[in-house]
Design a protein around this ligand. Structure first.
Ligand SMILES: Nc1ncnc2c1ncn2[C@@H]1O[C@H](COP(=O)(O)OP(=O)(O)OP(=O)(O)O)[C@@H](O)[C@H]1O
Ligand SMILES: [Mg+2]
Length: 454
């Protein structure tokens, strides 16, 4: 169970700012995660663009009667349902513009990829909606684990806009060429087939066939384009290497969301639940979420429930404190093994505790973790370069049971929602009894206490 100081004044707010500042400097140059405030209006965007629409916020909902407010909180902060309404999609204007440009205008296929819960389905759904408005039929489906290429696309047939009287079917042994012929000969309107959960397809043969199909569709000027959506740290993770396909495929990562957009999302969710969030509460949740809409909603929801239980209309920092503990507990119930691994690692980490926190912060931004980057990150974050590479290697070894090795020396958290929880657990004040009271232990002790108080 998470321990937190009892009063608002004791709350370790400084860590949030420090991690955020560090992330900004670390990622500003190459990840583009700071989303420009003003984007050039794309040719297609007659419709109001999502970010300003979100910023305008919807008209305040009538305040629900207290008895019904828990339902309103669950509905507003829902962490299970993807966003389908563009006004509820925070911080994805840049991604939507790029997808519209590449898929709708340049007629490329697309791959939307990112970690679990990063917002892939939400982005794909809202993009499908915008593409639909731009004149493409957008059909949405989900891949099943053992499917071959025919099995992946057969479910779309019933809804495809076909020439009248044509009853297209895909036989059990249909090959890729037959599938492409069918789309070219029968489909009458520009159509996007959005295949979600593509990472569930494990067969290299099926992945290769899909790549071949995409290439054929482009070469044959088919009116059908494909948008693949799946969990991956990089493009190669999702699609069999097919060098000539790369020119025809637009790859869109789903990056962390900028802080101001996450703050706007939290205020909007609060408004929908009939609650107001204190600015410090918003700031704290944003600091915990580290760019993840899932974590922002989860902690926001628990904080809102805490305020509701206390029969208040305002969510305070103390509610966030309670909400954070509840969110950790909820996650621990769902991922008990990872929680055990983190607890064990933190118990034995001693002075490496701060490096574990840095590992969580780093993985929350880029999924991949390696000793070099972790050493640099923890040296930046905690201004301590002593033996940093060795410390990073040790920290990775402690976390190893929770990691998978994508390639030699490059790791990922198997539960990609866990890094934020590792940061939270690692930045709790370490119990003094855990550290031997020897003169040698004083420096590590100060460092650990320092992490909690940053
Ligand atoms: N841009 C966003 N703005 C607001 N909420 C978002 C956004 N993106 C995702 N969410 C919320 O985060 C949660 C996870 O989103 P979503 O289901 O789209 O992620 P995903 O990457 O498809 O997850 P999975 O890997 O489980 O399929 C949902 O509650 C969703 O409402
Ligand atoms: Mg999804």
């Amino acid at each position: 169970m998470a321990r937190y100081p009892a009063t608002e004044g004791d709350f370790p707010m400084g860590l949030t700012q420090k991690v955020q500042h560090w992330l900004r400097t670390l990622f500003a140059a190459d990840s583009g995660r700071r989303i420009p405030l003003l984007l050039e209006a794309p040719a297609w965007s007659e419709a109001p663009s999502p970010a300003p629409a979100l910023a305008r916020a919807i008209a305040p909902a009538p305040r629900p009667v207290i008895a019904f407010r828990r339902n309103a909180v669950f509905a507003a902060f829902n962490t299970a349902m993807p966003v389908t309404d563009r006004h509820g999609l925070a911080g994805r204007q840049r991604e939507l513009v790029r997808l519209m440009d590449s898929v709708v205008i340049q007629r490329k296929h697309a791959l939307i990829f990112g970690g679990r819960g990063s917002g892939k389905t939400s982005l794909a759904r809202v993009f499908g909606d915008l593409a639909d408005e731009a004149g493409c039929v957008a059909l949405y489906g989900s891949a099943s684990a053992g499917a071959d290429v025919g099995g992946l696309f057969r479910p779309f047939l019933a809804e495809l806009p076909m020439t009248q009287g044509s009853h297209a079917t895909i036989g059990a042994d249909a090959d890729v060429q037959q599938l492409a012929n069918l789309f070219v000969a029968n489909v009458t309107q520009r159509t996007l087939l959005i295949v979600d959960e593509f990472d569930r397809v494990e067969s290299p043969r099926t992945r290769h066939d899909v790549a071949t199909l995409l290439k054929l569709l482009t070469d044959m000027h088919a009116p059908v384009q494909v948008v693949l959506v799946g969990i991956a740290g990089n493009v190669d993770g999702l699609i069999a290497s097919h060098p000539s396909l790369r020119r025809h495929l637009f790859a869109q990562p789903v990056p962390p969301i900028a802080n101001d957009e996450l703050a706007g999302l939290l205020r909007l969710c609060g408004q929908q639940a009939g609650l107001e969030l204190d600015e410090r509460a918003v700031e704290r949740i944003v600091g915990i979420a580290l760019g993840s809409p899932y974590h922002a909603r989860l902690v926001g929801m628990h904080a809102a429930l805490a305020a509701d239980t206390a029969r208040r209309d305002r969510v305070t920092l103390a509610d966030v404190q309670q909400g954070t503990a509840d969110a950790i507990e909820e996650w621990s119930d769902l991922s008990p093994e990872v929680r055990r691994i983190f607890d064990r690692a933190l118990r034995t980490a001693g002075p490496l505790r701060s490096v574990l926190a840095a590992a969580g912060a780093l993985a929350s931004q880029s999924q991949a973790l390696d000793a070099d980057r972790l050493a640099r990150a923890s040296a930046d974050l905690f201004e301590d370069a002593r033996d940093s590479l060795a410390a990073a290697e040790q920290a990775i070894a402690l976390l190893r049971p929770a990691l998978t090795e994508r390639e030699p020396g490059l790791f990922e958290f198997e539960d990609s929602l866990s890094p934020q929880f590792l940061v939270l657990l690692a930045t709790e004040t370490a119990p003094a009894d855990d550290i031997a009271r020897t003169p040698q232990a004083e420096a590590p002790r100060e460092r650990i206490q320092g992490v909690a108080a940053l």
